[in-house]
Design a protein around this ligand. Structure first.
Ligand code: DX5
Ligand code: ZN
Length: 220
C-alpha cells in the first residue's frame, strides 16, 4: 500500500540512550524506526549491527526498518532475523549477483525485503528486483550519498522517484537523506510515501510537529 510511513533515523539519536530515544520518537508519532547499519567498508562510517538491534528489540515492539550499508548483506540476514529486525533493505550496488538468494532468505526469516540505491545509480537497476517472481517490497532511493546524517537533499534524485511511482502505483517508495519541512514537498509530489528523517526530527524543539507535517504532506 502507499500509506505514509514516517521513519525517524536513529542515527541522529543519542545512541547511549537508544531505547528511550526510540520510545520518544514513537510517542511523537513515528510509524517506523529507521536503523542505519554501516560496516565501515561500503560507506566510510561504522555504526551498529545485530547485537544493538537485539537489545533494542527487548524494549520495543516497533517496526525496525533496517538499512544495510554494507558490502556483504547476505552475512547479515540470519543475525538480523534472529535479532528481531522488521525490514531488511540492502543496496543494489553490491547485490547484482545474489539478490534472488538475498530476497528469499530475508523473507524466510520473516523480514520485509527492500532494495536501496545510491544517488548515482540508475533506477532501471531495481526494475528486475521489483518485477521478479520473488520481488522486493520496498525501494529506498537515497537522496544523499550514504554514510552520514545531516547532509543536503539532492533534488535531482526526484526524477528516479517519479519514474518509479509512475511504473508501480502501489509500491512502497522510501526516501532517505536531507528530508525535513523544506524538502518534503518535492519528495511527496514525486511519489515517495516512506520518509526517513534524522537531523530534521531530532534537531527540532518539537519533533512531533515535524513528524505531523511530514505525514500531512505525504497524505495530500
Ligand atoms: C545516511 C543514512 C540516513 C541518515 C539520514 O547514510 O542512510 O538514514 O541518517 O539523516 P538526515 O535526515 O539527517 O539526512
Ligand atoms: Zn538510512
Amino acid at each position: 500500500g502507499v500509506q505514509p510511513k514516517i521513519a525517524p533515523s536513529m542515527l541522529s539519536s543519542d545512541f547511549a540512550n537508544l531505547a528511550s530515544e526510540a520510545q520518544r520518537m514513537l510517542d511523537c508519532g513515528a510509524d517506523w524506526l529507521h536503523m542505519d547499519i554501516m560496516d565501515g567498508h561500503f560507506v566510510p562510517n561504522l555504526t551498529i549491527g545485530a547485537p544493538v538491534i537485539e537489545s533494542l528489540r527487548k524494549h520495543t515492539k516497533a517496526y525496525l526498518d533496517c538499512h544495510l550499508m554494507v558490502t556483504n548483506p547476505l552475512d547479515y540476514v540470519e543475525p538480523l532475523g534472529k535479532a528481531g529486525a522488521s525490514g531488511f533493505t540492502f543496496h543494489v550496488e553490491v547485490s547484482k549477483d545474489n539478490w534472488q538468494e538475498l530476497v528469499e532468505k530475508i523473507k524466510s526469516k520473516g523480514m520485509k525485503p527492500g532494495v536501496a540505491l545510491k544517488p548515482g545509480t540508475p533506477i532501471e537497476e531495481v526494475y528486475p528486483l521489483v518485477e521478479g517472481h520473488n520481488p522486493v517490497e520496498m525501494v529506498l532511493i537515497m537522496t544523499v550519498e550514504p554514510g552520514f546524517g545531516g547532509q543536503k537533499f539532492m533534488l535531482e534524485t526526484m526524477d528516479k522517484v517519479c519514474a518509479l511511482r509512475k511504473k508501480y502505483p502501489s509500491l512502497d517508495i522510501e526516501v532517505d537523506g536531507g528530508l525535513g519541512p523544506s524538502t518534503i514537498d518535492a519528495a511527496a509530489s514525486a511519489g515517495a510515501n516512506c520518509i526517513v528523517a534524522g537531523s530534521s526530527v531530532f534537531g527540532a524543539p518539537e519533533p512531533a510537529q515535524v513528524i505531523k507535517l511530514l505525514r500531512k504532506t505525504v497524505e495530500e
